[in-house]
Design a protein around this ligand. Sequence first.
Ligand code: GLC
Length: 720
Amino acid sequence: MSEETYRNAKASIEDRVTDLLSRMTVEEKVGQMVQVRNAAEEHDSGVRAGHIGSCIIASGPFAGNERDEGVHIRRLTRLQKIAVEESRLGIPLIYARDVIHGYRTVFPIPLGQAATWNPELVRQGAEIAAREASSTGIHWTFTPMVEVGRDPRWGRIAEGFGEDPYLASRLTSAAVEGYQGDDMSQPDRLAACVKHYAGYSVPEGGREYNTVELGERTLRDVYLPPFKAAAKAGVATVMSSFNEIDGVPVSADRYLLTEVLKEEWDWDGFIISDYGIIATMCGAFGVAADLREAAAMCANAGLDMDMCASAYSQHLVSLVEDGTVSEAQVNSMVGRILRIKFRCGLFEHPYADENRAKKVILAPQHRAVARKAACESMVLLKNTGILPLASEGGTVLVTGPLARARGELYGTWNLDGQPGDVISIGEALTKKLGEDREVHLDNPAGMGGLSRILARQAEMVVACLGEGPWLSGEGNSIASLELPAGQLELVEALHELGKPVIAVVCAGRPLAIGRLCELADAVIYAWHPGVEAGQAVADVLLGTTNPGGRTPVTFPRSAGQVPTHYAHKPIHNDAWFGSDRANHYRDQLATPLFPFGFGLDYTSYRYTNLRISPERASMDGSVSISVDVENVGSRTGSEVAQLYVRDVLATVTRPLKELKAFEKIALKAGEKKTVTFTLSGGDLTYTGRDMRPTVEPGEFKVWVGPNAAEGIEGTFELAG
Ligand code: GLC
């Protein structure tokens, strides 16, 4: 290989990796496997010696719940210059940050983005986040979080794409494409990191970090698909999770990290641990006697980079020297890290351009996309006809604890969005509706003395309810899914005054809002809508745009029925007493308050004319499933046509329904379109008794409709 191939941008990445590895000492190799916190001067000597490969720019292990001092491009450039110009081999640092749902232009929380059922919009949001964050010197983001979320008690359900593996997979692929583009070396792209691999979203009791009991078949068929989709989409990195499964810590599990992710899926990126988890092996988990043993077990499992546990930096060199960890294993792991650094173009452009940030951050066109995403994320759960609000009429009172909220509407994991960039719901309605109608914005206490007078005078009330970001995200699980204290009482009082109530609920999870839905005349579920929150709520309430959302997660009636989701399995005796009883509680129905995929609109749709062809297909053939969808209302709208399938006879129990396709279609009033889905054997594959991918001949039921609980039913057969 010619002199310094690794510095030659025209050489192949694999040649550059091979050449660079051949030049590195064991200390320098291990250095690439070390991530430290922030680009601080304390790291100068380590960087100069080649003992540090990456920095996470964060406040600490709980970055999602804290505000830090932000990203200072000159600090990053200062330390990068030491790496590039003063270290022996000049390997650039890769800078990471949790840019979870936008950088300064903050988008709806990922659960809200999932409610758009719009992969292209998710892609655009990721692309904008990459454009803004990369302009400050960040190369790598720890997102998308792709765990399938079926337990609303768990605070991090807010960070994922909902309860269904197919929807989550589609949106994961879109997000990875948005962050990385088709050429990650472009300066306005970020390396993505799907997390948290794996099984982290099913902690016992919905309590953060709790133990996970999960069979391999459920793990493979429900929780791994979005990670596999990301691997297929070429995601640069994966973050291993905090949890154990059935007693085995995932971050030290060679089967999941190496045999499945790297080998079975043939994935060539690298794995970073979650924050400090290697130390937990010899700490809380008690599976390693000391940090040295913890480092050995994680390195031998295939965990490529240590986030801030100082395990690899302290012990890995000596572990290689005594043969506990082979140099071949280290070469394989470091090779993956170097490959991603080359793909990011770090050797060609290690320094950020200070002038670019000013042009891209919070650009108007970015805000416009964020506004579109917020509008499309909002789910209309109830409407007696009061919405959209008429521009003429009596006084409107805007009240409730979130009426004046700004920064709270970013939701969890907002590190760089500024509260001052947000217009509150109350301000936006006062400004927009106030052009034609009198609008009163209540005091933050809500239903204080003044409000009763205003409430009596008002023709109707907009109640801004829900939860703040402190009930969402990491370490913020809750036991009750009721609205926070005092909010239902506020609506009860307004109801007693005989005032029509339009409830706008901002939350990071599906709350148990059954009573609210009885009392209110309309309910808009806005999740945490991001930087354009106020304007988007006003757009939707006034009908400037329709609420475009469909529930990405089942709404339970209470925490007592959690976990709850649509894809449940057939059970013994579900015909006993009729299927509406055996599976219920004596004190509550077990059916959802709102099913997966549900959402009303300002118009309505009709499904007719289901056609399936052929009705009997060969095992290697495909089946076309078509339906006509008509807008039978008076306004243009967009409908999400959803295809569900049931494998009627299989060697293991199969869900009663599984989402296999969807299409969001715009329809003018009176317009009818045909939606066609194509299914093949690959779509019907599941993990069989032998734990192998399996598809079997037999009957399949299909439903095409507006949500998991409704649809036109048909069947087809796969011929053995
Ligand atoms: C946190 C989170 C993870 C995040 C990482 C870095 O503990 O679990 O999602 O990316 O640490 O902040």
